[in-house]
Ligand binder design. Sequence first.
Ligand SMILES: C[S@@+](CC[C@H](N)C(=O)[O-])C[C@H]1O[C@@H](n2cnc3c(N)ncnc32)[C@H](O)[C@@H]1O
Length: 211
Amino acid sequence: MDSSTRASEPTSRQRPLRDGLGFFGRFLRNPMSVGAVLPSSRYLSRAMVGHLDLAAGELAVEYGPGTGPATQVIRELLPKHARYLGIELDPRFHKLLTERFPTMDFHHGSAGDLREILAERGLPKPARILSGLPFASLPPKVQDSIIEGIVWALKGTSGDFRTFQYVHAYGLRAARRFRAIMAERFDGFERIGPIVRNVPPAFVLRYWNAK
Ligand SMILES: C[S@@+](CC[C@H](N)C(=O)[O-])C[C@H]1O[C@@H](n2cnc3c(N)ncnc32)[C@H](O)[C@@H]1O
């Protein structure tokens, strides 16, 4: 067991240190899929989540919540009667999330299986997709299946997709590949930042009008 799940839930003062250590442990085990050495800051999470103007019954999906920094912001901003589903690949993070946010739903699996996951749970297509996935370190096949799911969900709707990319990794081939494909599949694009109050600093990317 790692430090993120072994002990009882930390206090708000202990949580950043505990989460940081647990997160770093998961990074050492799975550097490509975890893709970061520390959880996102509140500043980056707030910029990534933006405004959650969802109607009753509409769904927000979060990809790769990790230890839940953006989930915390979503919980604060989610309108009453709107719905939420987090999809997390790492079993330790998934367990931590279900303990930390008992009123929210989390699926243990891959964001690449969005259609199947929604069908299995009887959920509608999401109106917002918020992603903490490390696209810059995901293999092309995984990137492609995740992008297909995002386009399928948002096509013909006013919904959007939001994610972040670290400034130091912005020029990497996989990060550029992701943005090039997204530019082909979406008419709307906005880049926010860099958000410097995060280690490391990151840009927030927003896409809408899926083609
Ligand atoms: C860069 S971390 C971000 C964690 C958190 N959102 C944050 O901002 O601190 C990436 C997260 O995505 C998860 N992940 C990676 N590939 C995934 C996939 N295919 N489906 C769902 N989650 C995935 C990792 O386990 C990890 O929790």
